[in-house]
Write a protein that binds this ligand. Structure first.
Ligand SMILES: C[S@@+](CC[C@H](N)C(=O)[O-])C[C@H]1O[C@@H](n2cnc3c(N)ncnc32)[C@H](O)[C@@H]1O
Length: 269
């Protein structure tokens, strides 16, 4: 399948599971939103009240609502009309009304049509790994941002998460002490083909995940005229959550499941 066909398949899958996704995340999102995506994005974005923000691939609007509550004037887009409908239906508890629009993030022209040079900030959270191509989004971001603007993304960490890690738990007797360890085994990183993944437990229709190495991810943005300007990585802290299962990200607090990156527009090519 070519990228266009893969993207069309992805859209149909997201439309089909929009209700499940919306129910699962509710108004404020899940543990990943609360512990990683939200704090990393807010830290890197340092949003100022009144700034114009574009949230690309907004899902049911968790981050868009948060940015509006922080004072942003938010436009939020997704290629799933069903998810945009769910996001709208959730309303919001604060801030200026969010302008929702159905836009495919692999379509550079459709993104740029939202307004060249008008956005102070662009976010795209937990979605780049769901897209067969990301160069159009980076090129569009370069054109959509104001001179002092910034693009902040959060995505499944290329080194630890999007490359098929295996969780393990083991116990050994070391000098008379029973030592328990939980960790990750990583056996591949450079060449990991796209794979259909379960996503959240209970998710009805697996969709395709696209692993990219750090160099692929970062260099795509550089090639689009963006300049790397900040990185954020976090692990669960013991106070964050009681682990839902022994083998979960909460049990490996030294390993960040999410990578957040900030870029700024470079000089015009
Ligand atoms: C894992 S969800 C994340 C949603 C939201 N950003 C969040 O953090 O809750 C991935 C989202 O990416 C959207 N998506 C995937 N491919 C897309 C594309 N080509 N254009 C626009 N949205 C896309 C899906 O519809 C889905 O809403």
């Amino acid at each position: 399948m070519d990228a266009q066909a893969l993207n069309a398949e992805g859209r149909a899958i997201w439309d089909a599971k929009a209700a499940f996704w919306d129910e699962l995340h509710g108004d404020e999102g899940n543990r990943f939103h609360r512990c990683f995506v939200g704090p990393s994005v807010e830290h890197l974005l340092a949003l100022q009240p009144g700034e114009r923000v574009l949230d690309i691939a907004c899902g049911n609007g968790v981050i868009a609502r948060r940015l509006a509550a922080l004072g942003g004037r938010v436009t939020a887009t997704d290629f799933s009309a069903a998810l945009i409908e769910k996001a709208r239906a959730r309303g919001q508890s604060g801030g200026e009304p969010i302008a929702y629009q159905v836009v495919d993030a692999t379509d550079e022209a459709a993104l740029v049509a939202l307004g060249e040079g008008v956005f102070n900030a662009i976010t795209c959270t937990m979605a780049l790994m769901d897209m067969p191509v990301i160069a159009p989004l980076f090129r569009a971001a370069r054109r959509l941002l104001t001179a002092g603007g910034r693009l902040v993304i959060a995505t499944a960490h290329p080194a630890f998460n999007s490359n098929g890690p295996t969780f393990y738990a083991e116990m050994s007797d070391e000098a008379g002490q029973l030592i328990e360890r939980v960790g990750l085994k990583i056996s591949r990183y450079l060449d990991v083909p796209p794979v259909k993944g379960a996503g959240a437990p209970g998710e009805p229709t697996p969709h395709t995940y696209y692993h990219r190495t750090l160099s692929e991810l970062l260099n795509e943005a550089v090639a689009a005229g963006l300049v790397l300007d900040g990185v954020d990585e976090r692990g669960f802290r013991p106070i964050d959550e009681i682990p839902p299962r022994l083998l979960s990200w909460s049990s490996v607090p030294q390993i960040p499941p999410v990578l957040a990156v900030r870029w700024r527009p470079g000089p015009h090519p």
